[in-house]
Design a protein around this ligand. Structure first.
Ligand code: AMP
Length: 353
Protein backbone atom coordinates (compact mmCIF):
# COMPACT_ATOMS: atom_id res chain seq x y z
CA UNK A 1 0.00 0.00 0.00
CA UNK A 2 1.41 3.36 -1.06
CA UNK A 3 1.67 5.98 1.69
CA UNK A 4 0.72 9.46 0.56
CA UNK A 5 2.17 11.70 3.27
CA UNK A 6 1.04 15.17 4.42
CA UNK A 7 2.35 17.80 2.02
CA UNK A 8 0.99 15.88 -0.97
CA UNK A 9 -2.02 17.13 -2.95
CA UNK A 10 -5.45 15.53 -2.73
CA UNK A 11 -7.70 16.00 -5.77
CA UNK A 12 -11.45 16.11 -5.12
CA UNK A 13 -13.99 15.67 -7.93
CA UNK A 14 -16.99 17.86 -7.19
CA UNK A 15 -17.41 21.25 -5.56
CA UNK A 16 -20.27 20.70 -3.10
CA UNK A 17 -20.36 20.76 0.70
CA UNK A 18 -19.01 17.22 1.04
CA UNK A 19 -15.97 18.27 -0.98
CA UNK A 20 -15.63 21.41 1.13
CA UNK A 21 -15.60 19.52 4.44
CA UNK A 22 -13.27 16.85 3.02
CA UNK A 23 -10.91 19.62 1.88
CA UNK A 24 -10.94 21.27 5.29
CA UNK A 25 -10.12 17.96 7.00
CA UNK A 26 -7.30 17.27 4.53
CA UNK A 27 -5.87 20.73 5.11
CA UNK A 28 -5.89 20.14 8.89
CA UNK A 29 -3.71 17.09 8.27
CA UNK A 30 -1.27 19.19 6.23
CA UNK A 31 -2.34 18.22 2.71
CA UNK A 32 -2.93 20.56 -0.20
CA UNK A 33 -6.31 20.25 -1.84
CA UNK A 34 -7.20 20.74 -5.50
CA UNK A 35 -10.89 20.79 -6.49
CA UNK A 36 -12.34 19.86 -9.89
CA UNK A 37 -15.70 21.62 -10.29
CA UNK A 38 -17.84 23.43 -12.81
CA UNK A 39 -18.03 26.83 -11.10
CA UNK A 40 -15.56 28.80 -8.99
CA UNK A 41 -18.18 29.81 -6.42
CA UNK A 42 -19.09 26.26 -5.37
CA UNK A 43 -18.68 25.51 -1.63
CA UNK A 44 -15.49 23.44 -1.98
CA UNK A 45 -13.82 25.92 -4.33
CA UNK A 46 -14.10 28.60 -1.66
CA UNK A 47 -11.71 26.82 0.73
CA UNK A 48 -8.71 26.27 -1.54
CA UNK A 49 -6.91 28.32 -4.15
CA UNK A 50 -6.11 25.20 -6.20
CA UNK A 51 -8.89 24.36 -8.62
CA UNK A 52 -9.55 23.26 -12.17
CA UNK A 53 -12.86 24.27 -13.70
CA UNK A 54 -14.54 22.14 -16.33
CA UNK A 55 -17.27 19.60 -16.92
CA UNK A 56 -16.74 15.93 -16.18
CA UNK A 57 -16.24 15.09 -19.87
CA UNK A 58 -13.57 17.68 -20.62
CA UNK A 59 -10.46 15.51 -21.01
CA UNK A 60 -8.12 18.47 -21.42
CA UNK A 61 -9.18 19.92 -18.08
CA UNK A 62 -9.28 16.50 -16.42
CA UNK A 63 -5.70 15.82 -17.53
CA UNK A 64 -4.55 19.17 -16.08
CA UNK A 65 -6.27 18.26 -12.82
CA UNK A 66 -4.66 14.79 -12.73
CA UNK A 67 -1.23 16.29 -13.36
CA UNK A 68 -1.65 18.64 -10.38
CA UNK A 69 -2.57 16.03 -7.74
CA UNK A 70 -1.19 12.86 -6.08
CA UNK A 71 -4.44 11.00 -5.42
CA UNK A 72 -8.06 11.60 -6.41
CA UNK A 73 -11.30 11.09 -4.52
CA UNK A 74 -14.85 12.25 -5.13
CA UNK A 75 -17.70 13.83 -3.26
CA UNK A 76 -20.46 12.84 -5.72
CA UNK A 77 -21.06 9.24 -6.74
CA UNK A 78 -22.57 10.16 -10.10
CA UNK A 79 -19.30 11.30 -11.65
CA UNK A 80 -19.34 9.47 -15.02
CA UNK A 81 -17.51 6.13 -14.88
CA UNK A 82 -15.67 7.14 -18.09
CA UNK A 83 -14.24 10.16 -16.22
CA UNK A 84 -12.92 7.91 -13.46
CA UNK A 85 -11.45 5.48 -16.02
CA UNK A 86 -9.72 8.36 -17.81
CA UNK A 87 -8.28 9.84 -14.59
CA UNK A 88 -7.20 6.42 -13.33
CA UNK A 89 -4.79 6.16 -16.27
CA UNK A 90 -2.89 9.07 -14.73
CA UNK A 91 -3.36 8.96 -10.93
CA UNK A 92 -4.91 6.64 -8.31
CA UNK A 93 -8.67 7.30 -8.00
CA UNK A 94 -10.51 6.12 -4.85
CA UNK A 95 -13.22 4.88 -4.96
CA UNK A 96 -12.66 3.33 -8.37
CA UNK A 97 -14.78 2.55 -11.41
CA UNK A 98 -16.10 -0.82 -10.18
CA UNK A 99 -17.60 0.58 -6.98
CA UNK A 100 -19.09 3.50 -8.89
CA UNK A 101 -20.63 1.39 -11.65
CA UNK A 102 -22.58 -0.59 -9.07
CA UNK A 103 -23.60 2.24 -6.76
CA UNK A 104 -24.75 4.51 -9.61
CA UNK A 105 -27.52 2.14 -10.61
CA UNK A 106 -30.23 1.04 -8.17
CA UNK A 107 -30.82 -2.30 -9.93
CA UNK A 108 -27.10 -3.13 -9.98
CA UNK A 109 -26.82 -2.05 -6.33
CA UNK A 110 -29.71 -4.20 -5.09
CA UNK A 111 -28.62 -7.20 -7.18
CA UNK A 112 -25.13 -6.84 -5.72
CA UNK A 113 -26.51 -6.74 -2.17
CA UNK A 114 -28.57 -9.89 -2.70
CA UNK A 115 -25.63 -11.72 -4.35
CA UNK A 116 -23.65 -10.93 -1.22
CA UNK A 117 -26.30 -12.22 1.19
CA UNK A 118 -27.51 -8.76 2.24
CA UNK A 119 -31.30 -8.31 2.24
CA UNK A 120 -32.84 -5.74 -0.12
CA UNK A 121 -36.51 -5.05 -0.91
CA UNK A 122 -37.99 -7.26 -3.65
CA UNK A 123 -37.61 -5.36 -6.92
CA UNK A 124 -38.20 -5.45 -10.67
CA UNK A 125 -36.83 -3.44 -13.58
CA UNK A 126 -38.96 -1.40 -16.00
CA UNK A 127 -37.72 0.18 -19.22
CA UNK A 128 -41.21 0.92 -20.60
CA UNK A 129 -44.68 1.70 -19.28
CA UNK A 130 -45.76 -1.86 -20.10
CA UNK A 131 -42.88 -3.26 -18.09
CA UNK A 132 -43.83 -0.95 -15.24
CA UNK A 133 -47.41 -2.29 -15.31
CA UNK A 134 -46.15 -5.89 -15.27
CA UNK A 135 -43.56 -5.09 -12.61
CA UNK A 136 -46.14 -3.52 -10.30
CA UNK A 137 -48.36 -6.60 -10.68
CA UNK A 138 -45.39 -8.79 -9.77
CA UNK A 139 -44.12 -6.74 -6.80
CA UNK A 140 -47.59 -5.77 -5.54
CA UNK A 141 -48.87 -2.53 -4.10
CA UNK A 142 -47.94 -0.37 -2.34
CA UNK A 143 -44.61 -0.13 -4.12
CA UNK A 144 -42.03 2.57 -4.79
CA UNK A 145 -40.92 3.38 -8.34
CA UNK A 146 -37.59 5.16 -8.73
CA UNK A 147 -35.32 6.19 -11.56
CA UNK A 148 -32.42 3.72 -11.67
CA UNK A 149 -29.89 6.53 -11.85
CA UNK A 150 -29.32 10.01 -10.47
CA UNK A 151 -32.06 9.97 -7.82
CA UNK A 152 -31.29 11.79 -4.58
CA UNK A 153 -33.15 13.39 -1.66
CA UNK A 154 -36.37 11.61 -2.67
CA UNK A 155 -36.23 13.07 -6.20
CA UNK A 156 -37.05 10.77 -9.09
CA UNK A 157 -39.43 8.54 -7.18
CA UNK A 158 -43.15 7.91 -6.69
CA UNK A 159 -45.20 5.65 -4.43
CA UNK A 160 -47.89 3.59 -6.15
CA UNK A 161 -50.75 2.71 -3.80
CA UNK A 162 -53.38 2.16 -6.45
CA UNK A 163 -53.02 0.61 -9.93
CA UNK A 164 -54.59 3.75 -11.40
CA UNK A 165 -51.46 5.69 -10.39
CA UNK A 166 -49.11 3.71 -12.66
CA UNK A 167 -49.37 5.87 -15.77
CA UNK A 168 -48.92 9.12 -13.85
CA UNK A 169 -45.92 7.68 -11.97
CA UNK A 170 -44.25 6.69 -15.24
CA UNK A 171 -44.92 10.13 -16.68
CA UNK A 172 -43.50 11.87 -13.58
CA UNK A 173 -40.21 9.92 -13.62
CA UNK A 174 -39.24 10.99 -17.15
CA UNK A 175 -36.94 8.00 -17.55
CA UNK A 176 -36.53 4.79 -19.51
CA UNK A 177 -34.79 2.97 -16.67
CA UNK A 178 -36.82 2.48 -13.51
CA UNK A 179 -36.82 0.17 -10.52
CA UNK A 180 -40.00 -0.98 -8.79
CA UNK A 181 -39.40 -1.79 -5.15
CA UNK A 182 -41.67 -3.37 -2.60
CA UNK A 183 -42.75 -0.72 -0.10
CA UNK A 184 -41.02 -1.51 3.21
CA UNK A 185 -43.12 -0.41 6.25
CA UNK A 186 -39.93 0.17 8.24
CA UNK A 187 -39.62 0.90 11.95
CA UNK A 188 -36.48 2.98 11.52
CA UNK A 189 -34.01 4.09 8.89
CA UNK A 190 -30.36 3.72 9.82
CA UNK A 191 -27.01 4.08 8.12
CA UNK A 192 -23.49 2.80 8.60
CA UNK A 193 -20.33 4.41 7.29
CA UNK A 194 -17.31 2.15 6.76
CA UNK A 195 -13.79 3.27 6.00
CA UNK A 196 -11.58 0.87 4.06
CA UNK A 197 -7.92 1.11 3.08
CA UNK A 198 -6.21 -0.46 0.10
CA UNK A 199 -4.78 -3.25 2.30
CA UNK A 200 -8.33 -4.20 3.35
CA UNK A 201 -8.22 -2.73 6.87
CA UNK A 202 -11.70 -1.44 7.77
CA UNK A 203 -13.16 0.72 10.51
CA UNK A 204 -16.91 1.23 10.95
CA UNK A 205 -18.78 4.10 12.55
CA UNK A 206 -21.61 3.09 14.87
CA UNK A 207 -25.03 2.89 13.14
CA UNK A 208 -27.07 6.09 13.34
CA UNK A 209 -30.80 6.71 12.93
CA UNK A 210 -31.99 9.00 10.13
CA UNK A 211 -35.30 10.85 9.95
CA UNK A 212 -36.44 12.43 6.69
CA UNK A 213 -38.80 15.31 5.89
CA UNK A 214 -40.13 15.76 2.34
CA UNK A 215 -37.67 13.11 1.13
CA UNK A 216 -34.62 15.00 2.50
CA UNK A 217 -32.60 13.98 5.55
CA UNK A 218 -33.77 16.16 8.43
CA UNK A 219 -32.09 14.71 11.54
CA UNK A 220 -29.55 12.05 12.43
CA UNK A 221 -29.36 10.59 15.91
CA UNK A 222 -26.01 9.13 16.97
CA UNK A 223 -25.89 6.43 18.09
CA UNK A 224 -29.09 4.74 16.88
CA UNK A 225 -31.00 2.89 19.60
CA UNK A 226 -30.84 -0.67 18.30
CA UNK A 227 -30.76 -4.20 19.67
CA UNK A 228 -27.33 -5.80 19.61
CA UNK A 229 -28.60 -8.21 16.98
CA UNK A 230 -29.65 -5.42 14.59
CA UNK A 231 -26.48 -3.47 15.19
CA UNK A 232 -24.31 -6.49 14.46
CA UNK A 233 -26.31 -7.32 11.33
CA UNK A 234 -25.98 -3.76 10.01
CA UNK A 235 -22.22 -3.66 10.64
CA UNK A 236 -21.65 -7.12 9.18
CA UNK A 237 -23.68 -6.31 6.05
CA UNK A 238 -21.97 -2.96 5.50
CA UNK A 239 -18.52 -4.50 5.94
CA UNK A 240 -19.31 -7.31 3.51
CA UNK A 241 -20.48 -4.78 0.91
CA UNK A 242 -17.41 -2.55 1.33
CA UNK A 243 -15.12 -5.53 1.01
CA UNK A 244 -16.85 -7.06 -1.99
CA UNK A 245 -17.05 -3.68 -3.76
CA UNK A 246 -13.35 -3.20 -3.08
CA UNK A 247 -14.00 0.35 -1.90
CA UNK A 248 -10.98 2.38 -0.90
CA UNK A 249 -12.20 5.38 1.07
CA UNK A 250 -15.70 5.42 2.56
CA UNK A 251 -18.84 3.44 1.90
CA UNK A 252 -22.17 4.56 3.38
CA UNK A 253 -24.94 1.98 3.51
CA UNK A 254 -28.53 2.96 4.32
CA UNK A 255 -30.83 0.31 5.77
CA UNK A 256 -34.46 -0.04 6.77
CA UNK A 257 -35.00 -1.76 10.10
CA UNK A 258 -38.00 -4.07 10.09
CA UNK A 259 -38.97 -7.21 12.04
CA UNK A 260 -35.54 -7.52 13.66
CA UNK A 261 -33.79 -7.41 10.29
CA UNK A 262 -31.90 -4.83 8.26
CA UNK A 263 -32.84 -4.36 4.60
CA UNK A 264 -30.48 -2.36 2.40
CA UNK A 265 -31.94 0.71 0.72
CA UNK A 266 -28.96 2.50 -0.82
CA UNK A 267 -25.17 2.75 -0.87
CA UNK A 268 -22.86 5.68 -1.59
CA UNK A 269 -19.05 5.34 -1.82
CA UNK A 270 -18.34 8.73 -0.24
CA UNK A 271 -18.87 10.81 2.90
CA UNK A 272 -22.56 11.11 3.73
CA UNK A 273 -24.93 13.62 5.26
CA UNK A 274 -25.71 11.08 8.01
CA UNK A 275 -22.04 11.21 9.05
CA UNK A 276 -21.85 14.95 9.69
CA UNK A 277 -22.22 14.43 13.46
CA UNK A 278 -18.71 12.92 13.46
CA UNK A 279 -17.28 16.42 12.97
CA UNK A 280 -17.99 17.33 16.60
CA UNK A 281 -18.94 14.24 18.62
CA UNK A 282 -16.66 11.48 17.36
CA UNK A 283 -12.94 10.84 17.82
CA UNK A 284 -12.36 11.09 14.04
CA UNK A 285 -14.61 12.86 11.56
CA UNK A 286 -15.79 10.99 8.46
CA UNK A 287 -13.93 13.54 6.32
CA UNK A 288 -10.61 12.99 8.08
CA UNK A 289 -11.22 9.24 7.92
CA UNK A 290 -11.66 9.43 4.14
CA UNK A 291 -8.31 11.19 3.81
CA UNK A 292 -6.65 8.65 6.13
CA UNK A 293 -8.10 5.77 4.08
CA UNK A 294 -7.07 7.02 0.63
CA UNK A 295 -3.61 8.11 1.78
CA UNK A 296 -2.78 4.82 3.53
CA UNK A 297 -2.63 6.43 6.98
CA UNK A 298 -3.79 4.59 10.11
CA UNK A 299 -7.60 4.74 10.35
CA UNK A 300 -8.80 6.81 13.30
CA UNK A 301 -10.97 5.76 16.22
CA UNK A 302 -14.70 5.91 15.52
CA UNK A 303 -15.67 6.17 19.20
CA UNK A 304 -18.57 8.52 19.96
CA UNK A 305 -17.50 11.23 22.40
CA UNK A 306 -21.11 12.18 23.31
CA UNK A 307 -24.56 11.10 22.10
CA UNK A 308 -25.75 13.77 19.69
CA UNK A 309 -28.18 14.93 17.02
CA UNK A 310 -27.32 16.40 13.64
CA UNK A 311 -29.94 18.68 12.14
CA UNK A 312 -29.78 19.82 8.54
CA UNK A 313 -30.38 23.50 7.83
CA UNK A 314 -32.43 23.43 4.64
CA UNK A 315 -33.36 26.58 2.74
CA UNK A 316 -34.49 29.32 5.13
CA UNK A 317 -33.55 27.25 8.23
CA UNK A 318 -30.09 28.70 7.80
CA UNK A 319 -31.42 32.15 8.71
CA UNK A 320 -31.54 30.91 12.33
CA UNK A 321 -27.75 30.68 12.53
CA UNK A 322 -27.56 33.23 15.36
CA UNK A 323 -29.94 31.23 17.53
CA UNK A 324 -27.65 28.21 17.31
CA UNK A 325 -24.59 30.21 18.28
CA UNK A 326 -26.29 31.11 21.55
CA UNK A 327 -26.90 27.47 22.51
CA UNK A 328 -24.27 25.57 24.50
CA UNK A 329 -22.91 22.36 22.97
CA UNK A 330 -24.21 23.24 19.52
CA UNK A 331 -21.78 23.43 16.62
CA UNK A 332 -22.81 25.36 13.54
CA UNK A 333 -21.53 24.47 10.06
CA UNK A 334 -22.54 26.60 7.07
CA UNK A 335 -21.50 25.74 3.54
CA UNK A 336 -21.00 29.21 2.04
CA UNK A 337 -23.93 28.97 -0.40
CA UNK A 338 -25.16 32.40 -1.40
CA UNK A 339 -28.80 31.63 -2.11
CA UNK A 340 -31.11 29.78 0.35
CA UNK A 341 -33.37 28.05 -2.19
CA UNK A 342 -36.17 25.75 -0.99
CA UNK A 343 -34.86 22.24 -0.37
CA UNK A 344 -31.22 23.33 -0.64
CA UNK A 345 -28.83 22.05 2.03
CA UNK A 346 -27.27 25.25 3.44
CA UNK A 347 -25.56 23.85 6.53
CA UNK A 348 -26.11 21.71 9.61
CA UNK A 349 -25.82 21.83 13.38
CA UNK A 350 -24.50 19.15 15.71
CA UNK A 351 -25.95 19.17 19.18
CA UNK A 352 -25.00 17.12 22.24
CA UNK A 353 -28.08 15.44 23.75
P1 AMP B 1 -33.88 6.77 -1.53
O1 AMP B 1 -33.65 7.90 -2.48
O2 AMP B 1 -33.93 5.44 -2.20
O3 AMP B 1 -32.95 6.78 -0.35
O4 AMP B 1 -35.33 7.04 -0.91
C1 AMP B 1 -35.64 8.19 -0.14
C2 AMP B 1 -36.54 7.83 1.03
O5 AMP B 1 -37.78 7.25 0.53
C3 AMP B 1 -35.98 6.75 1.95
O6 AMP B 1 -35.10 7.32 2.88
C4 AMP B 1 -37.25 6.19 2.55
O7 AMP B 1 -37.74 7.04 3.58
C5 AMP B 1 -38.23 6.21 1.39
N1 AMP B 1 -38.18 4.91 0.66
C6 AMP B 1 -37.36 4.62 -0.37
N2 AMP B 1 -37.53 3.35 -0.79
C7 AMP B 1 -38.49 2.81 -0.01
C8 AMP B 1 -39.10 1.54 0.06
N3 AMP B 1 -38.79 0.54 -0.78
N4 AMP B 1 -40.06 1.34 1.02
C9 AMP B 1 -40.39 2.35 1.88
N5 AMP B 1 -39.86 3.58 1.86
C10 AMP B 1 -38.92 3.83 0.93
Amino acid sequence: MKLIPPGATIGILGGGQLGRMTAQAAQSLGYNVHIYAEHADEPACQVTSFKTLGDFNDETQLKKFADAVDVITLEWENVPVSTIEFLAKHKPVHPGATALKITQNRVAEKSFAIENSVYAPAFAYAGTLDELRNGVMKIGIPCVVKTCRMGYDGKGQAIIRDLKQIDAAWESLQTDEAIIERFVPFEKEISVIIARREDGVMQAYPPVENRHKDGILDETQAPAMLSTQIEEMALKSAKALAEKLGVIGLLTVEFFVIDNMVVMNEMAPRPHNSGHWTMDYCATSQFEQLIRAICGLPLGSTAITAPCMMKNLIGDDANDWQKYLNEPNVHLHLYGKAEARKGRKMGHVNKKV
